[in-house]
Design a protein around this ligand. Structure first.
Ligand SMILES: Nc1nc2c(c(=O)[nH]1)N[C@H]1C(S)=C(S)[C@@H](COP(=O)(O)OP(=O)(O)OC[C@H]3O[C@@H](n4cnc5c(=O)[nH]c(N)nc54)[C@H](O)[C@@H]3O)O[C@H]1N2
Ligand SMILES: Nc1nc2c(c(=O)[nH]1)N[C@H]1C(S)=C(S)[C@@H](COP(=O)(O)OP(=O)(O)OC[C@H]3O[C@@H](n4cnc5c(=O)[nH]c(N)nc54)[C@H](O)[C@@H]3O)O[C@H]1N2
Ligand SMILES: [Mo]
Length: 641
């Protein structure tokens, strides 16, 4: 029997899937061939869902701390203990904190937000993921929007500014290949060259940039374009174009190129592409380049380049920064929510310790101790809280620090609907399997808790029906809930070209350039000369990695000459040292890595000594209050054998 469903992982592709359960009860997952983006295949991390559902170490009963270990308890006992604790804090809601991640996406996934909003508990602001891109695009365009993904196939050239499509989004990678086969030129810009073992880009030309410095390269291209003259038809659509260009013209090209470590021939290539008449250039903004102290500025200079080169509001062109996953859904069902105060996500450890009065924490959809900078301090902060509740299915670094663990149903064991931050379809993630053991869907857990607290709670179908009642959906589909449940996904009604006629969502309808300033990247010091890039894993989503895949030591990929300078032999043991700690790694010599960078794959757990966040400080981006993980400076130290 085949069932339509969808992947709820935090991923741009948001695949529509088909779950097949045969007569013997064997289950398999494949991509839905009818979905225009999924096209019949899914990636390894998506397929991995079944292994997680059936994992022997999965938590399937509520657990309560009993000294250094946990003991199974009934739902009744666990939820009563939580409800009692919340009841004592109703008059001081700021002492309750809700931390939610995006380990699972969806509309119903937001019900915990609704409940803690009704309680007016403390919550968080800022992000670990992509808020620097989001907020920067909103500052530039007035809203977060981009051309449809299908427009990439109309591009003459696609410049991929640091998106690792082969790992993060295999359907984008396939699209780029198709574009290339149609004769589109592909250029990639990143600190990792595609030539060697790290193979990350589908491109004809690769430009290797110093970590965190894309804004200098974008400024250098704009400077050349401005010398040739920017048409008034473009400048008239901006609110501060003359001021911005006056600043750009005063910049020194050599200094800009030195700052980003780019050769003038490479600049010439980019100037030729962005400056060519009748050449539609699509610029893809990677999430990597915004994870820096001036990550927002990086994004804004690339957007400025798209704008000034005439590539906004045009077919086959544009800046691809993403769209909001929630833009197709009505969220009024959770209106009326309030929050006592907001703690800053990238600095959550210090924020909890400084507040000093948090007595209750509810953590869902995130391995927050592991994924937030200063992971050891996060662990300490969790230990200061009287009752920590973690809703998860695995005994990860966060669950280990809980007082009560509530076992959640996983993907395919619960229903939800969700959008994508890359394409415009909405998907139905159907429940096709009964939750294992005593696991329950987050919605059911939250509703049960709300009942115990006498807080009225909307029904599942009421939420889904309200959420689907928006113009982009109802313009194309009547009875959307019934239809999406039947066919697995729905199209939505968006123009294929964003910002048509160069109309922007600012009050004056015009585009905004950043302030006329270019910030230097944090200086490397003699003690900490290298940038630590903690990049994603191909096969797993962030920390959702099985324990048996974490038994090997963490590897660090380093340029050979950089290893020599650090007196370390290839394949030797070494420490990566930062101002807050060190982590033992096996080094791998890799000529594809920028000489000033060290690359590790993120997501490994602290308990296996594989968590880079134990040595990453809580840097915050200039825009969007995002974690600036890649601004971490480190050195390599040999370990005498
Ligand atoms: N397999 C898998 N897929 C995922 C995820 C996962 O964990 N696993 N996570 C999902 C999520 S939540 C996200 S946010 C995305 C992340 O997706 P990506 O942003 O693609 O992933 P990262 O590995 O963070 O960053 C990728 C790239 O940024 C480049 N980069 C680093 N610094 C710079 C710079 O200064 N300039 C430029 N131009 N490039 C730079 C690196 O070389 C690398 O190729 O992936 C999503 N998809
Ligand atoms: N060093 C470093 N760290 C980073 C980054 C970096 O660049 N460098 N980037 C980060 C980025 S891009 C992101 S998006 C964040 C991600 O950080 P997190 O949001 O913490 O993501 P995951 O590690 O995937 O953890 C998600 C958790 O949700 C659980 N889960 C899955 N399904 C469900 C469900 O239905 N219900 C509940 N309650 N739980 C569920 C999983 O078991 C898992 O433990 O981390 C960031 N961390
Ligand atoms: Mo992310």
């Amino acid at each position: 029997m085949e069932h339509f469903s969808a992947c709820t992982l935090d991923c741009p592709d948001v695949c529509s899937t088909i779950v097949e359960i045969d007569e013997q009860g064997n289950t398999s997952i494949k991509g839905n061939p009818a979905h225009p983006v999924t096209q019949g295949y899914t990636c390894k991390k998506g397929k991995h869902a079944l292994a997680r559902i059936n994992a022997p170490d999965r938590i399937t009963t509520p657990l309560m701390r009993d000294g250094a270990t946990f003991a199974p308890v009934s739902w009744e006992k666990a939820l009563n203990a939580i409800a009692n604790k919340i009841s004592t804090l109703r008059s001081t809601p700021e002492r309750m904190l809700h931390v939610r991640g995006f380990g699972f996406h969806g509309v119903l996934a937001d019900t915990s937000r609704y409940l803690f909003g009704q309680l007016e508990a403390s919550s968080t602001h800022g992000a670990l993921c992509d808020n620097a891109i989001i907020e920067s695009c909103i500052l530039d365009f007035g809203e977060l929007d981009q051309n449809s993904y299908t427009e990439l196939l109309n591009a003459d050239c696609i410049v991929n500014w640091g998106r690792d499509v082969l790992r993060s989004s295999i359907h984008t990678a396939a699209l780029l290949k198709d574009a290339q086969n149609n004769g589109c030129q592909l250029i990639s810009i990143s600190p990792v060259s595609p030539e060697e073992g790290m193979r990350i880009h589908v491109s004809n030309t690769h430009i290797q940039i110093r970590p965190g410095t894309d804004r200098f390269l974008a400024a250098a291209i704009i400077r050349r374009l401005s010398e040739a003259g920017i048409p008034n038809t473009i400048l008239n659509r901006t609110s501060n174009g003359s001021e911005f260009l006056a600043f750009i013209k005063k910049l020194d090209e050599k200094k800009l190129l030195d700052a980003c470590g780019i050769r003038s021939e490479e600049l010439n290539t980019l100037v030729e592409i962005y400056g060519k008449e009748n050449c539609a250039v699509s610029s893809i903004l990677g999430w990597g380049l915004q994870r820096y102290t001036y990550g927002g500025e990086n994004v804004r200079y690339i957007n400025a380049l798209s704008m000034l080169s005439g590539n906004i509001g045009k077919k086959g062109a544009g800046s691809y920064g993403g769209v909001s996953t929630g833009r197709n859904f009505d969220s009024t069902w959770r209106s009326g929510s309030k929050t006592a105060r907001k703690l800053l996500t990238p600095k959550l450890a210090d924020e909890i310790l400084d507040a000093g009065d948090i007595e209750f924490l509810w953590c869902d959809g995130t391995n927050a101790v592991n994924q937030t900078p200063e992971a050891n301090k996060m662990a300490k902060a969790f230990n200061t809280i009287d009752m920590v509740v973690v809703v998860d299915a695995f005994m990860n670094d966060t669950a280990k620090r809980a007082d009560i663990i509530l076992p959640c149903a996983l993907i395919y064991e619960r229903e939800d609907i969700l959008g994508s931050y890359f394409h415009n379809y909405i998907q139905h993630s159907a429940k096709v399997i009964t939750p294992r053991g005593e696991a329950r869907a987050d919605y059911d857990i939250i509703k049960d808790l709300a009942n115990r607290l006498s807080i009225p709670f909307p029904e599942r179908d009421e939420i889904l029906t309200t959420a689907l009642n928006t113009k982009p959906i109802t313009n194309l589909t009547k009875n959307p809930l019934e239809k999406i449940r039947r066919q697995g996904f729905l199209p939505t009604d968006w123009p294929t070209v964003a910002f048509k006629d160069m109309q922007f969502k600012h009050p004056d309808g015009k585009y905004r350039f950043p302030d006329p300033v270019l910030h230097d990247e944090l200086k490397a010091s003699v003690d900490f000369p290298l940038s630590l890039l903690s990049l994603i894993n191909k096969d797993f989503e962030h920390s959702q990695i099985p324990a048996d895949k974490q038994q090997e030591q963490l590897k660090a990929y380093v340029y050979p000459a950089t290893l020599t300078q650090s007196n370390i032999e290839p394949d030797a043991q070494a420490y990566i040292v930062s101002p807050i700690g060190k982590i033992q790694v096996q080094v791998v010599a890799d000529t594809s890595v920028h000489p000033e960078a060290v690359i590790v794959r993120r997501g490994g757990w602290m308990m296996f000594n594989r968590c880079p966040n134990t040595i990453i400080e809580a840097h915050v981006t200039d825009i969007g209050w995002n974690a600036a993980y890649y601004s971490q400076r480190v050195r390599l130290e040999p370990i005498e054998q």
